[in-house]
Design a protein around this ligand. Structure first.
Ligand code: TRP
Ligand code: ZN
Length: 900
């Protein structure tokens, strides 16, 4: 047998500079759906910084080779093979012209050049450019691109590529052309083209230097009425990057194009961002408040890449977090400032965004770190790079960048960014280069900080405190380690981290105490101190402490770690009521709820009776009725930790027990606070025209949370009445979808209800022509509670045969399949293994259509070893079935690592 067990592992340690460089690329496309001709003329020369190679090895995939010429003459020594083109004995410097064919119409992978709804699009990151033409498809090869597009004028009236439009005109036989030039050198992964029947919303804006820029949002004609918010988000992003980082848009024209078939969120191609429609299209009738916020965040993210990613790019893909972690940090800061009305001083408003981000990190990235895919922010090896666009690279990477800002302050961070651009503009660099810029700009040695890039696993910080009343001294002892970690993480761990640990001390009256560390002569101005915790164990002593304080630990989540401290339930309730740090107020409530829920889940697993302490109910009641807190914050504080997060905290994950416990608490809170929920529901209605402001969204969120709790009442009649009326009268998708979800939820208690079915049918008819809304229709059903009489798997299987279902469309596949497999744990992990059997079938079906999407779905079973024995065995069987049948490198890497 062939050695299929040893896949090709790519290692960071093996990096070598390219043997050749490509200075210019002139691409000519004759766009035809099933037979596109690509002519590629490159100036190639040997890399003076690399060892001499006789042959030029270009990457190429799924291409039909036609011809090669060197300096205008046919070149006989060109050998096409499965992974590219080998050119024997090439000169030192030459012009190379290659002609090849590809088939965009048949390209279901959505990588390279493909057709979606009759239009052409490209996706080149990470390694899609080699599916368009033969090339040195690696990010450290940067070239100047000129692109000529030719196509039928009737079918493809709009022809776009990166940079500036040089000329356009008609050709014989109803064809036309456009020629584009990108004034900036770039790696191939930032190349893009778009051709088709599209229209644009346009704006002209002046940037800081006084130059006028053309902004366009390109969509299909029927979507033009859903582009305003994306355009506003783009304008806000441009302004924010000038204000906060002094970074100006460097092109005369900046385009966003929406496409409905897309593997991820969006792509930062130079001057021609291509977006999943989900992150562009919105109006109040079709998009929720969350959609509006996500669009703003993703538009910002891709725009911010223009500097952090494009002007300064990655030397190799191991450095992915250099651009992704940094750009996520920038988009998080942008969204936080926008939540605070565009300024950056309203810390309570900014905190709501921080809470949401940390919730995602803890729920998704911590889980990744606990499984077979655990890897450092800068991975050491991969089989398929597409599998490393992960929560760790993006979200933990963002936390690592945030820690520089926490250590040096906003101004120090800005100095570091300025130096980074001063040194590296126009280059392909590494995470080390970024760290050195931050260190040098702030006169610091950050050698120890490097471990944040090289160590996998979630650090744990355990805290001990001691108050000496006689000496008025309060000591805080911190100890760091990783606890029991996944085998994948263990081998990366070398030593203690530099952890910026923000702390405050709270007095009996609920107010912050002044902070003076031993050895200091006066207390500091701020009542939050960032301790630099660098040793395995370290004690920090505060002096002149008049009373025993309550510590507020890791304020604003100053590092991506787990904090262990034995708070009593009363202390947590006190923090929830008083902590001046809004993040830690929320955190106290989460700790309180998590602790109760885990205790209840343990009882539920044994079949014991459940009960909830009145003091917990009282703590939640205080938040619910505290008018001094913003509605957005109250909603976050009253939302219980998710089932998947809770299951992950158990020694043995038991989704059924977690579900029972969480439902029990929801019911208890609903019944005990019935009148308060009703009152909150009434108080936070937002009558009149829909406004997408953070305040209005906060009211809707709290009101709809109240509605969802009301559906848990023993008698949900009130909830059904309110939800049905809200459904009918809603003038926006946030309220309509929340009402539909409430009806489904209330109906589940009775094993399905006519109100819910009526609303579902109405919803479908109303939005039949809005694919993004139909995605919600599928997702709501896939994530519904279900009941013993009506398991959700039956609904999901039925919906797989619905005429509107289409496995080839990633948004649709995600809305039904991923929603069920990743966002409905209690139903997915049904004891009979029906969820896993369904999962296996879908992974196998997707594997041959779209490996990137298949590999994402494959990951929903990776934590199988942590579940109860009965589930574990069934999950392993499903994984083995998949491992035996799939072919793509993408899915094989995931399932082989899972089975380990
Ligand atoms: N660089 C993109 C971003 O973070 C994400 C991305 C990577 C992507 N690979 C992709 C998007 C493939 C779509 C398809 O914004
Ligand atoms: Zn990105």
């Amino acid at each position: 047998m062939a050695d299929t067990a040893t896949p090709n592992v790519i290692r960071r340690a093996d990096y070598a500079p390219p043997a050749f460089l490509i200075d210019t690329v002139a691409l000519e496309f004759d766009l035809v759906p099933d037979r596109t001709v690509v002519r590629n003329t490159m100036r190639v020369r040997r890399n003076p910084e690399a060892s001499r190679a006789a042959h030029l090895e270009l990457m190429g995939e799924q291409l039909e080779f036609v011809s090669a010429e060197i300096d205008g003459k046919p070149f006989a020594n060109a050998h096409p093979h499965e992974h590219g083109l080998l050119l024997d004995n090439v000169p030192d410097s030459f012009e190379l012209t290659l002609t090849s064919l590809c088939n965009p119409a048949d390209n279901t992978t959505l990588s390279g050049l493909y057709v979606s709804s009759g239009n052409f699009f490209t996706q080149c990151e990470a390694e899609g450019f080699r599916r368009i033409t033969y090339f040195l498809d690696r990010p450290d090869v940067m070239a100047s691109f000129t692109v000529t597009l030719r196509a039928s004028k009737a079918d493809y009236p709009v022809l776009l590529s990166n940079g500036n439009l040089l000329e356009e005109g008609d050709l014989p036989d109803g064809r036309h052309f456009a020629r584009w030039e990108d004034p900036f050198r770039k790696p191939s992964y930032l190349f893009a083209l778009v051709a088709g029947k599209l229209v644009a919303l346009e704006e002209r804006v002046k940037t800081s230097s006084g130059k006028e820029k053309l902004l366009q949002v390109w969509v299909e004609p029927h979507d033009l009425d859903k582009t305003r918010h994306a355009m506003d988000s783009l304008i806000h992003s441009i302004q924010w990057d000038e204000r906060r980082f002094g970074l100006e848009l460097d092109l005369d024209r900046f385009m966003i194009v929406a496409v409905s078939d897309f593997n991820m969120g969006a792509m930062e191609n130079k001057g021609l961002n291509i977006f999943n429609t989900k992150y562009v299209l919105a109006n109040p009738e079709t998009a929720t408040d969350t959609d509006f916020a996500n669009i703003e965040a993703v538009v910002g993210h891709e725009y911010f890449h223009n500097w952090t990613g494009n002007r300064v790019t990655c030397r190799d893909w191991f450095q992915l977090s250099l651009k992704e972690g940094l750009t996520v940090f920038r988009d998080q800061e942008f969204s936080a400032d926008m939540a605070a009305g565009g300024g950056n001083s309203d810390e309570a408003a900014r905190a709501t965004k921080r809470i949401e981000d940390v919730r995602v990190l803890r729920q998704m990235q911590f889980a990744e770190d606990a499984g077979p895919m655990a890897h450092p922010v800068r991975p050491e090896s991969y089989v398929e790079i597409n599998n490393f666009y992960t929560m760790t690279v993006y979200e933990k990477g963002s936390e690592v960048v945030r820690m520089y800002q926490t250590l040096f302050g906003r101004d120090g961070f800005r100095k570091g960014m300025d130096l980074y651009f001063q040194r590296h503009d126009g280059q392909a660099v590494t995470c080390d280069d970024f760290r050195h810029a931050l260190a040098d700009a702030n006169g610091r040695d950050l050698a120890q900080f490097e471990r944040w890039y090289s160590q996998a696993g979630t650090p744990r910080v355990s805290v001990r405190t001691r108050y000496d009343a006689a000496q008025r001294r309060y000591s805080v002892t911190l100890r760091q380690g990783y606890g029991e970690v996944a085998p994948a993480a263990r081998e990366t761990q070398k030593g203690p981290l530099l952890i910026p640990f923000a702390i405050g001390l709270i007095g009996k009256d609920g107010r912050d105490l002044l902070l003076q560390l031993d050895g200091e002569t006066t207390p500091s101005a701020s009542t939050t101190r960032v301790l630099e915790f660098t040793q395995t164990e370290q004690t920090f002593t505060f002096v002149d402490v008049a009373e025993e304080p309550l510590p507020s630990l890791l304020r604003n989540f100053s590092a991506p770690v787990i904090v262990e401290y034995d708070y009593t339930a009363d202390q947590l309730a006190f923090l929830l009521a008083h902590d001046s740090d809004p993040f830690n107020r929320w955190e106290a409530g989460q700790r309180l709820a998590t602790r109760e829920l885990l205790a209840l889940a343990a009882r539920a697993a044994k079949g014991s009776a459940l009960q909830l302490d009145d003091s917990v109910v009282a703590a939640f009641a205080r938040v619910l009725t505290d008018e001094t807190l913003s509605p957005a914050f109250r909603e976050l504080a009253l939302m219980l930790p998710s089932e998947s997060y809770l299951a992950e905290q158990m020694a043995e994950s038991n989704p059924a027990a977690v579900h029972a416990a969480r439902q029990f608490v929801r019911k208890r809170l609903a019944n005990a606070l019935h009148d308060d929920w009703l009152k909150v529901y009434e108080q936070h209605r937002t009558p009149g025209a829909y406004k997408a402001t953070p305040e209005a969204a906060g009211h809707r969120a709290l009101k709809n949370l109240a509605l969802s709790y009301l559906t848990e009442l023993d008698n949900p009649a009130d909830a059904v009445r309110l939800a049905a009326a809200q459904y009918e009268t809603a003038n926006n998708m946030t309220d309509r979808a929340a009402a539909l979800s409430a009806l489904l939820n209330a109906g589940a208690q009775q094993g399905g209800s006519p109100d819910a079915q009526h609303a579902l049918d109405d919803f479908y008819r109303r939005f039949e022509n809005e694919p993004l809304v139909i995605d919600k229709w599928f997702a709501l059903q896939a994530t519904q509670r279900g009941s013993a009489q009506q398991p959700v798997i039956d609904t999901v299987r039925r919906l797989m045969t619905h005429p509107a279902f289409n496995l080839k469309n990633p948004n649709r596949a995600r809305s039904l399949i991923f929603s069920f497999c990743a966002a409905n744990p209690a139903q997915f992990h049904a004891e009979d293994g029906s969820g896993y059997a369904f999962w296996a079938d879908q992974v196998i079906a997707l594997d041959s259509l779209n490996p990137q999407v298949a590999a994402r779905l494959a990951r929903s079973l990776e934590l199988w070893r942590r579940f109860t024995p009965a589930l574990r065995d069934r999950m392993r069987a499903a994984l083995e079935k998949v491992a035996a049948q799939v072919k793509s490198r993408d899915v094989r890497e995931i399932v082989e690592k899972a089975l380990g």
